[in-house]
Ligand binder design. Structure first.
Ligand code: X5A
Ligand code: ZN
Length: 661
C-alpha cells in the first residue's frame, strides 16, 4: 500500500485527537469478584498502554460524563432506563443477581449503573466534540460495551447502547452541527444486533457490521446478523452485515471486505461522521473471537475510513478480551489518528474462499442500493484464497472465558504466529484502494527490476542452495516448518560464488516460525579483521531480491511496488558497507546492506537493523544459539558448497554462537 518518503518528521502533521478514559467505569464488575472476560482491567490495560507510549500528552483529554436519561431514551425504553438507573442502589441488593441471571450474558453490581451512564455519556461527549470540530477524531475507552444492548434489554455484557445513543443524539438533538448522515462501522467480532435494530428503518444511519456468524450459531446466535438483513422501508439498503462462515478470519479477510464492500459504499453514502463500534475481540489472541486481526490490520482498516467524513471519526470501545491484543490494537489505532502519515505494508495472506463467497453474496444483495457493488468480482481475484480454516467448534459456554486452543499461545509469539497466516508474495491488491493505486502496476516494476542483476549475499540457512531455492521456486526443505511460496520469477541463480568477509556472524532471537525454537543468523557488517564470515553469493535479479526480502521479513506485504528499488540501489556512492533504504517497518532482516561489488555487480545482503545490532551488543537483545534444524542448513550449505568439512562447519557455527559481540 501507500509508502511515504520515509519518516521525515516534517511531513507528518499532528491531528487533534480527543481521548477519553475514566476509572469510574471500572466500578462495574462481577458481584463476587468471579473472573469474567469483560472486566475492569480491560480499559485499565488499554489506558496503561497508551500512557506508556506517551499518547495522552499528544491528545486532547476529554472528561467522562454521565448520559442524560432523555438522550438514552432515544434508543432505549423507559423501562430499561429505569432498571439500569436503579439497579446499583441498595433497594436492588437482594434482587440484583437474580435480575442479572435472567438476562443473557449479564452481571450487575453496585457500580454498574454509574459505569453504564458514564459509558453512554462519554460516547456522546467524544462524538459531539468531533462533530463540532473541536477535535478531528476521538477515542472513548469505555465500558460496559454497548452494541448488544437492545431497546428494552441488557445482554452480551452490554447495558446501554453507547454508540447508538451518541449517533441519535447528534441526529436528533444537534441539527445545527449538520451531521445528517452517520456511518457506524461495527468491527467487534460479534454482530451489533441492537444497533442494527435501532436504525433499522433509518436511512440517516448506515449500519455496517462484520462478525462471526456461522449461519447463526455464533453469539448472539440469531439470523439477524445474516447478509439478507438490509434494513426496511426508508432504511432499506442502509444495513449491511458481513457474516463470516468460519473462525480465523484475519487481516486479509477484513481488507477484502473493506475494499470490496465497505469503502465503495462509504464513498457513495458520503457520511458526515463515522462512529466505529470498536471491539477488539476479532484481534489475534482474543479468547472469545477466534479471529486474527493484527494491530497493523486495525490501523489499515481505520486509516482507510479516515478518507471519508472529512476524517471525522470516533472510536468507541466495545468488546475485546485479550489484554495484550486490545492494548496493542487500540494503540495502533490512536497512532493512526494522531499521525498524518501513510501506513507501511499490508497483509499478503489470502482471504478464505468463504470470505469471497460472503463478499459476493453481500454485494449481490445490496447492489440495487449501492451501484458500486454491482460489478461481479473478477475470478482472478476470488481465485486467490487461503486453504480452508481448520474447523473449531463454538464454545457453548456463555460468559466465561471461551478459548480456542490456538488462542493461548498467541500472545507470546505474536509476530511469529502471524507468519502462519501470511502467504507472502500475493500479487492481489486486496488491501489497496484501486483509486489510490491505479498507476501502480506491479508488472512495470517487476519487468524493470528483472533486468538488473545483483549478488545476494547469504550467510544463514540460505548458504544451502536447496534452501535458497525454496525462496525462488517455492517449496520446503526438511527442517523448515512451513513451505515457502517462492518468487514470481522462478529462474535459478545465474551464478554462485563463495567469499569470506571480515564481518561478524552472530545468532539472535529465541524462536522463528521457519525453524522453531532457537536463534537465527545475523551479520554485523562493521569490518573487523578478527572476524570472518562465510558468504555465498547468488547472482539473482533485483526483482527476485525483492521477493526474497518479503519472504525473509514476514510482515504482510502486497508488493504493488518494490521494497527495494533502483533508486535505493543507485543511492550507493561509497564502497564501504552501508545500509540502504528499504520500505519495511518490521521483520528481522529488513536492513539491506551494500557490501561492495563483484564483477561490477553490487553485493547486497539482509540483516537486522543497525539499532538492533546495537541492542545485541549492549545486551538489550539476547543472543541465542541457532535452532538445530537451522544450524544444520548452514552446515549443509558450507559442506555441499565445499567450503568447510562437517566438523569445521559445526565449529564455525559454534564459535559464532558462543562468542560475545
Ligand atoms: C460486547 C461483546 C460478547 C458477548 C459474548 C457472550 N459481547 N457470550 O463482545
Ligand atoms: Zn464482541
Amino acid at each position: 500500500m501507500e509508502v511515504g518518503d520515509g519518516v521525515d518528521s516534517e511531513s507528518k502533521s499532528q491531528r487533534r485527537v480527543g481521548l477519553l478514559y475514566d476509572e469510574r467505569m471500572c466500578k462495574h464488575s462481577t458481584p463476587d469478584g468471579e473472573p469474567h472476560p469483560e472486566n475492569p482491567d480491560r480499559i485499565k490495560v488499554i489506558w496503561n498502554k497508551l500512557q506508556a507510549a506517551s499518547i495522552p500528552q499528544r491528545c486532547v483529554l476529554l472528561d467522562a460524563k454521565e448520559a442524560e436519561d432523555k438522550h438514552i431514551l432515544a434508543v432505549h425504553s423507559q423501562n430499561h432506563v429505569n432498571l439500569i438507573k436503579n439497579i446499583s442502589s441498595k433497594q436492588f441488593d437482594s434482587r440484583r443477581n437474580r435480575i442479572a441471571s435472567k438476562l443473557n450474558s449479564i452481571y450487575l453490581n453496585e457500580g454498574s449503573s454509574e459505569a453504564a451512564y458514564l459509558a453512554a455519556g462519554s460516547a456522546i461527549e467524544v462524538t459531539e466534540r468531533v462533530a463540532k470540530g473541536e477535535v478531528d477524531s476521538a477515542v472513548a475507552i469505555i465500558r460496559p460495551p454497548g452494541h448488544h444492548a437492545e431497546e428494552d434489554e441488557a445482554m452480551g455484557f452490554c447495558l446501554f447502547n453507547n454508540v447508538a445513543i451518541a449517533a441519535s443524539y447528534l441526529l436528533n438533538e444537534k441539527p445545527e452541527l449538520l451531521i445528517k448522515k452517520i456511518l457506524i462501522v461495527d468491527w467487534d467480532v460479534h454482530h451489533g444486533n441492537a444497533t442494527q435494530k435501532m436504525f433499522w428503518k433509518d436511512p440517516r444511519v448506515l449500519f455496517f457490521s462484520v462478525h462471526r456468524h456461522e449461519f447463526g450459531t455464533f453469539y448472539p446466535a440469531t439470523d439477524d446478523g445474516f447478509y439478507t438483513m438490509i434494513g426496511e422501508g426508508p432504511g432499506s439498503g442502509y444495513n449491511i452485515n458481513v457474516p463470516w462462515e468460519n473462525s480465523q478470519c484475519g487481516d486479509a479477510d477484513y481488507f477484502a471486505v473493506w475494499e470490496h464492500i465497505l469503502l465503495p459504499v462509504t464513498k457513495e453514502f458520503n457520511p458526515d461522521l463515522i462512529i466505529v463500534s470498536a471491539g477488539f475481540d476479532a484481534a489475534i489472541g482474543d479468547p472469545l473471537g477466534g479471529c486474527r486481526i493484527t494491530p497493523h490490520g486495525y490501523s489499515v482498516m481505520l486509516k482507510k475510513l479516515m478518507n471519508f467524513a472529512d476524517g471525522k471519526i470516533v472510536l468507541a470501545l466495545e468488546g475485546g478480551y485479550n489484554f495484550e491484543s486490545i492494548a496493542k490494537s487500540m494503540l495502533a489505532c490512536v497512532e493512526v489518528l494522531l499521525e498524518d502519515k501513510p501506513i507501511l505494508g499490508s497483509s499478503v495472506a489470502y482471504p478464505f474462499e468463504s470470505t469471497w463467497r460472503v463478499i459476493q453474496a453481500v454485494r449481490k444483495k445490496l447492489s440495487a442500493y449501492w451501484p458500486s457493488l454491482a460489478d461481479e468480482l473478477p475470478e482472478e481475484l476470488t481465485n486467490r484464497k487461503a486453504p480452508p480454516a481448520v474447523y473449531v467448534p463454538n464454545s457453548s459456554s456463555d460468559s466465561e472465558a471461551e478459548e480456542d486452543d490456538e488462542s493461548q499461545k498467541v500472545s507470546e509469539h505474536l509476530e511469529e504466529v502471524l507468519q502462519d497466516i501470511i502467504e507472502p508474495l500475493s500479487k492481489l491488491k486486496v488491501a489497496e484502494s484501486n483509486q489510490d493505486h491505479a498507476a501502480c502496476n506491479s508488472n512495470t516494476w517487476r519487468s524493470e527490476l528483472s533486468k538488473v542483476d545483483i549478488w545476494y549475499a547469504a550467510f544463514g540457512s540460505n548458504l544451502w542452495l536447496k534452501r535458497l531455492l525454496c525462496y525462488i521456486e517455492g517449496g520446503q526443505v526438511d527442517g523448515l516448518q512451513k513451505p515457502c511460496v517462492g518468487s514470481v520469477d522462478k529462474t535459478s541463480p545465474k551464478e554462485i560464488m563463495w567469499k569470506t568477509f571480515p564481518y561478524r556472524l552472530f545468532f539472535g532471537r529465541e524462536f522463528s516460525l521457519s525453524w522453531g525454537p532457537g536463534g537465527v543468523a545475523f551479520l554485523d557488517p562493521e569490518s573487523n579483521s578478527q572476524d570472518k564470515t562465510y558468504i555465498c553469493l547468488y547472482r539473482i535479479t533485483l526483482e527476485q531480491f525483492n521477493d526474497l526480502l518479503v519472504q525473509e521479513n514476514h510482515e504482510g506485504y502486497v508488493m504493488s511496488s518494490p521494497l527495494f528499488d533502483l533508486t535505493a540501489l543507485n543511492s550507493v556512492t561509497v564502497e564501504e558497507p552501508h545500509s540502504l533504504q528499504v520500505r519495511l517497518e518490521k521483520g528481522w532482516y529488513r536492513n539491506v546492506v551494500y557490501l561492495g561489488k563483484e564483477h561490477d555487480i553490487p553485493i547486497l545482503t539482509m540483516t537486522c537493523t543497525p539499532s538492533e545490532i546495537e541492542g545485541f551488543k549492549s545486551g538489550e537483545h539476547a543472543l541465542c544459539a541457532p535452532a538445530i534444524n537451522y544450524a544444520n542448513m548452514i552446515v549443509r550449505g558450507l559442506v555441499e558448497g565445499k567450503q568447510l568439512s562437517q566438523e569445521e562447519a559445526m565449529a564455525y557455527i559454534q564459535e559464532a554462537s558462543t562468542k560475545g559481540l
